[in-house]
Design a protein around this ligand. Structure first.
Ligand SMILES: Nc1ncnc2c1ncn2[C@@H]1O[C@H](COP(=O)(O)OP(=O)(O)OP(=O)(O)O)[C@@H](O)[C@H]1O
Ligand SMILES: [Mg+2]
Length: 343
């Protein structure tokens, strides 16, 4: 099995352990050895896309992990992501068995495309509005027209909650409330690891105007179920046709990503009815089969407050790094090591 990934880091480390435990020889093909990391534009021209690398991948079982990335300035992330998209296109020519094909990974990196496809197939999702919004005035207009006063904004291609913002407008008083982990510094959007909340229009207006230049999707902000006074959602790793692992992410604010100081909970703490867990598994199966070439996805799911009805927030084609699993039985990666080369 070949892992395209980084020299160091938990993904590589625990995939190595998983392969060793399953007696599968694993070779690392590091992104860094294949490109000049100081220049993201070079990613698309790297030797990996040359014939030699294509020959190396020929006939192998291949997993693609994300390349190393800088996640501080959002503009830089945008350029990096473009280059990553180009590299994935190049890799698509390789004749091998991918865990997730480069094309499937690319399709999921595009939140607009992925959500649109799921909506078309009537899979329950958090509702995305079709309008493309370029500034705050257009956003306020959309919210008025749709009578939807609480929304999520998410840069179309980003991950790791970068640039994600939850925004509420009080329709009568015209007051704003914004939660986000990004902020403006010297007129540049930067990513932080702390969720901030502000009602100050002098902060909200320039930040949202800037964020909306990044090509954002706009969604209805769906209230999440809560547990012991804090809301939560779920990250479900679905692979090879079944749920491999589920972790609940509990937070005081509306954005639950675990690197923002939120808390992971074992899903069985929540006492969810078996019928809800079955429904989640079915939705994940339907959603994954909508994307050809996808054997694994990290599916973010919220349960609506009150009804506990599941809705998919998004799917991640490389969303299988779960600390609660790698530090435990490492069963997600072990199953990949066992099943991928056997295909
Ligand atoms: N429409 C929504 N309604 C309610 N909560 C939402 C909505 N969209 C996103 N969220 C919250 O914001 C978080 C981040 O959103 P999302 O997963 O789409 O972004 P991301 O940057 O791709 O994250 P990652 O790559 O880490 O999964 C979600 O986990 C969820 O807690
Ligand atoms: Mg997510």
């Amino acid at each position: 099995m070949i892992l395209i990934g980084t020299q160091e880091g938990k993904r590589t480390d625990y995939m190595r352990r998983a392969a060793a435990a399953e007696n599968i020889p694993l070779e690392l093909l590091p992104w860094d050895a294949l490109r000049n990391p100081s220049s993201p534009e070079e990613l698309s021209k790297n030797t990996l896309l040359g014939n030699q690398a294509m020959e190396r991948l020929q006939g192998e079982a291949v997993k693609i992990d994300p390349p190393p990335s800088r996640t501080y300035e959002l503009q830089w992330m945008k350029r990096q992501l473009k280059a990553y998209g180009d590299a994935l296109k190049g890799l698509d020519r390789a004749e091998c068995t991918f865990l997730n094909t480069p094309e499937a990974i690319s399709r999921l990196l595009d939140k607009r495309y992925a959500k649109h496809l799921l909506m078309e197939k009537d899979i329950p999702v958090t509702e995305m509005f079709p309008e493309e919004i370029g500034n705050l005035e257009q956003l306020l207009d959309l919210m008025e027209r749709r009578r939807c006063y609480s929304v999520f904004l998410k840069p179309r291609y980003f991950s790791g909650a970068a640039g994600v913002a939850a925004f509420r407008l009080h329709p009568k008083q015209g007051k704003f409330c914004l939660y986000s982990s990004c902020r403006l510094k010297d007129n540049e959007l930067i990513n932080t690891k702390k969720l901030m909340r502000t009602e100050n229009p002098r902060e909200v207006r320039p930040l949202l105007d800037r964020l909306l230049t990044l090509d954002c999707v706009v969604e209805r902000w769906h209230p999440k179920a809560d547990f012991h006074g804090k809301s939560y959602d779920l990250r479900v790793v679905f692979q090879f046709g079944h749920v491999a692992f589920t972790v609940a992410r509990q937070s005081a604010g509306p954005i639950t990503n675990l690197h923002l100081n939120n808390q992971a909970l074992p899903v069985n703490c929540l006492g969810l009815a078996p019928s809800i867990l079955d429904e989640i598994e079915q939705i994940c199966a339907q959603a994954c089969s909508a994307f050809p070439g996808l054997s694994m996805a990290g599916v973010d799911i919220l349960l609506e407050r009150g009804t506990l009805r599941p809705r998919i927030i998004e799917m991640n084609g490389q969303g299988d790094l779960i600390y609660q699993d790698i530090y435990g039985e490492n069963q997600i990666y072990r199953e990949q090591a066992r099943r991928l080369p056997a295909r």
